[in-house]
Design a protein around this ligand. Structure first.
Ligand code: ADP
Ligand code: ZN
Length: 220
């Protein structure tokens, strides 16, 4: 049986990258509300148009929108063998909504992981982040050099529209105000909260996460 994990943490901490490592390791899908929203924005769907102003300002999109996206993913066969939730839940109402979704389906979480890194490092990681519009690669100017093309496929790299400095500061403030309270929420829950140091290389963080899950006997 696959695992059921939540990976939490501030913007730029590496949830997406590490969530993908975990998803691959356990053979389950990574459900990222951020990716779902970006897909809707790119496709220009009504949902995308509805959430664009929130996204571009670095604000959270309305709870019922992301709850709808997650409910859809749970109702499809996609998440039936387990999942890694990345970027969701982000507010107490979202966590309550998730709790109901899981209880209705008799699903229990195996772990809630909290990735941590100091704020200066988050700002540096986000402001240097570049994504490939063609193959989806996420990288950093430090790794590829300024104005370099995608090292995987040669297409142009771009900055995410919510990765500009003004928006980043707001995303961090929104995180502190609306999402950080969830750490205590899950620490009090039956599953508990597992904090993991998110500093160092991608591989170091990945190995730390695997080790932590192994000790928690999730990896079985
Ligand atoms: P990061 O964690 O680096 O901020 P994400 O891709 O997870 O990146 O989120 C980017 C943006 O997508 C958020 O700033 C917000 O506008 C929107 N978003 C993603 N997930 C949620 C969520 N669970 N609730 C509300 N808004 C969300
Ligand atoms: Zn590419």
């Amino acid at each position: 049986m696959g695992v059921r994990l939540i990976i939490m943490g501030p913007p730029g901490v590496g949830k997406g990258t590490q969530g993908e490592f975990l998803a691959e390791r356990f053979g389950v899908p990574r459900l990222s509300t951020g990716d779902m929203i970006r897909a809707a924005l790119q496709a220009g769907t009504p949902l995308g148009e509805r959430v664009r102003v929130y996204y571009e300002a670095g604000e959270l999109v309305p709870d019922e929108v992301v709850l709808g996206l997650i409910a859809e993913a749970f109702d499809g066969s996609e998440a039936s063998g387990g999942f890694v939730l990345d970027g969701f839940p982000r507010t107490v109402p979202q966590a309550d909504g998730l709790g109901e979704l899981l209880a209705d389906r008799s699903i229990e979480l195996d772990a809630v992981l909290s990735l941590e890194a100091p704020e200066e490092e988050l700002v540096d990681r986000i402001s240097g982040r570049r994504v490939c519009g063609a193959c989806g690669l996420v990288t950093h100017v430090r790794a590829v050099g300024a104005n370099a093309p995608c090292p995987e496929c040669g297409a142009a790299l771009a900055q995410r529209s919510d990765d500009r400095a003004e928006t980043v500061r707001n995303r961090l403030a929104v995180y502190r105000a609306q999402t950080e309270p969830l750490l205590a929420y899950y620490a009090r829950s039956e599953t508990g909260l597992t904090a993991v140091d998110g500093t160092g290389t991608l591989e170091a963080v990945r190995d730390r996460l695997f080790e932590t899950l192994h000790m928690a006997e999730v990896a079985g």
